[in-house]
Design a protein around this ligand. Structure first.
Ligand code: PEP
Length: 247
């Protein structure tokens, strides 16, 4: 049976107080799609206001520190995200793996820290263009996933894996449907190997240039259980047709 789809927006470093209107508009419109889980991962500084503005709607962070607390200037702990009203967080986004030099073991620590306080986690993996062109995409993503997954998982609904080819993020390029299907099937098998039957229930999202025009086709691919959406999640006008495509 297909898993319930999750469509999560990643606002990255976009969003001021005035954009809370869009959060409210998206939350209102999402109520028309009770069969789809919808979430917005907003900048940390907006989480509390967004969560207060749309009670019951899933607001998330975009990163979390792996330590419980301590001397980590500028960082946000899992408990801080929860305290601010977040119910989920992204970990291991390729922009952070690259610019902040986050390793797989950092990402694993972040996932475990978030899960330990009851946050849901969207764990990102994905290959570079060079790796894809060298024919090594599947092996590379599975290695990354193996080293980034939390050691244990109490609830399958708490974890989603987002396959985001780096070369597809913000570029308007997407893999072919066959390439997405091949990668998602391989990720599904890895999740089964790691978590046995529970691995069947972990959602696998596709991310990278998802738009209204390609969402229906992407969400129709086997083992695509939703999407992680960047640029097209910033306004209700762009985001809601993508949610509708999952409904
Ligand atoms: C992302 O950064 O997670 C993403 C998928 O971005 P975009 O949809 O803009 O490609």
């Amino acid at each position: 049976m297909p898993l319930r789809k999750l469509i999560a927006g990643n606002w990255k470093m976009h969003g001021l107080s005035s954009d809370l209107e869009q959060v409210a508009a998206i939350a209102r419109a999402a109520a028309d799609y009770p069969g789809v889980d919808v979430a917005l991962c907003v900048p940390a500084i907006l989480i509390e206001r967004a969560a207060r503005a749309v009670p019951g709607f899933a607001i998330g962070g975009q990163d979390v520190h792996q330590a419980e607390k301590g001397a980590h200037t500028g960082c946000t702990s899992a408990l801080m995200l929860l305290d601010a009203g977040a119910s989920l967080t992204i970990v291991g986004h390729s922009e952070r793996r690259d610019a902040q030099r986050e390793s797989d073991s950092d990402v694993k620590g972040k996932a475990e820290a978030a899960l330990s306080v009851g946050l849901n986690v969207i764990l990102c993996v994905g290959e570079s263009l060079e790796v894809r062109q060298a024919g090594a995409a599947v092996g590379s993503v599975l290695d990354q996933l193996e080293a980034s997954l939390p050691s244990t998982l109490a609830a399958t609904a708490a974890l989603a894996v987002a396959y985001e080819p780096i070369w597809a993020i913000g570029t308007g390029k997407i893999p072919t449907s066959d390439e997405i299907a091949e990668m998602h099937a391989a990720i599904r098998q890895k999740l089964r190997d790691r978590f046995a039957a529970a691995g069947e229930k972990i959602r696998i999202l596709y991310g990278g240039s998802v738009k209204a025009s390609n969402a229906t086709e992407i969400f129709g691919i086997a083992d695509v259980d939703g999407g992680l959406v960047g640029g097209a999640s910033l306004t209700a006008a762009d985001f809601m047709p993508i949610v509708a495509a999952a409904g």
